[in-house]
Ligand binder design. Structure first.
Ligand SMILES: [Zn+2]
Length: 276
């Protein structure tokens, strides 16, 4: 019956975030979809050279899928590429960041839990990572907002202990409590780390402004480093694990630092070329 057949098929707009070989010629593909959230789907025969689907289910590809319900795995029956995000494949640093964003998305989400805003954010992040002079900015923006959309928005304006507004002074960030403590409460709190005013300002700015307004910011290397550290500590604490791709990212960065790889037009990964 035609209607019965149709019920077993569904469409999904997806980005491929993970894949692993399965059987002789197949792959299990983890997709983040606009309609259904995260899904693990079977892509049959894609490891064969003659496969026409293969290119459309590559990592970081934005694609339109037609999926058939299966007993164990739902199966990708058609895939049409919308955007391959080629710059993410052509530059190892950008590849590293894309891997990291995809892993973070994977860690933050459950299967079949739709979050269209997070889908949009991830898609925009891939596009930004592909073109940004300074990929650290879209990365930090993604970390902060993806955590927020997954229910872990940090408090950055009011002290989590005394509820007083945070003033321009020596403030603290507490990963366990999920936000800032003021100059009076911070020193006594176990596990609070000092956060500099510039770093806190940038975090607040990122939380309350669209990405387009962030792009004009030029941050000092020390601020970049602090933001990276604070957000990383916050997300590893919250997720109770450390994304594996971070090691890869650090390795790539070290190599760029030592002149073993071209750094691209943005200059060194520590922002040497950006105005201080
Ligand atoms: Zn306080």
């Amino acid at each position: 019956m035609e209607s019965e057949r149709r019920q077993r098929l569904y469409r999904a707009e997806a980005v491929i975030i993970k894949r692993r070989d399965f059987g002789e010629a197949d792959r299990l593909v983890t997709c983040f979809t606009r309609e259904h959230g995260k899904l693990t789907l079977l892509a049959k025969g894609v490891r064969k050279i003659t496969s026409r689907k293969a290119g459309h289910v590559e990592l970081f590809t934005h694609a339109r899928l037609l999926v058939a319900k299966g007993r164990t795995w739902d199966i990708i029956t058609q895939a049409e590429c919308i955007q391959p995000f080629l710059p993410l494949r052509e530059d190892l640093q950008r590849t590293g960041y894309a891997y990291y964003a995809a892993e973070l998305l994977d860690l933050l989400t459950q299967e079949q839990d739709p979050n269209p805003e997070l889908f949009e954010l991830f898609l925009a992040t891939l596009e930004r990572l592909g073109r940004a002079e300074e990929p650290r900015l879209p990365m930090r923006y993604f970390e902060l907002h993806a955590m927020g959309l997954a229910g872990f928005q940090p408090e950055l304006f009011v002290c989590l202990n005394c509820q007083e507004p945070i003033r321009p002074a020596q403030n603290y960030f507490h990963v366990g409590r999920g936000g800032v403590l003021c100059e009076a409460c911070g020193p006594a709190a176990n596990g609070a780390r000092p956060i500099s005013l510039p770093a806190l300002k940038v975090l607040r700015y990122m939380q309350t402004h669209p990405y387009a307004e962030l792009e004009a910011l030029r941050l000092r290397p020390a601020v970049h480093a602090e933001l990276e550290e604070v957000l990383f500590q916050y997300l590893t604490y919250t997720l109770e694990r450390s994304p594996k791709s971070v090691q890869f990212l650090h390795l790539v960065r070290e190599r760029v630092n030592h002149g073993m790889m071209p750094a691209g037009p943005a200059g060194g990964p520590n922002g040497e070329s950006s105005p201080v």
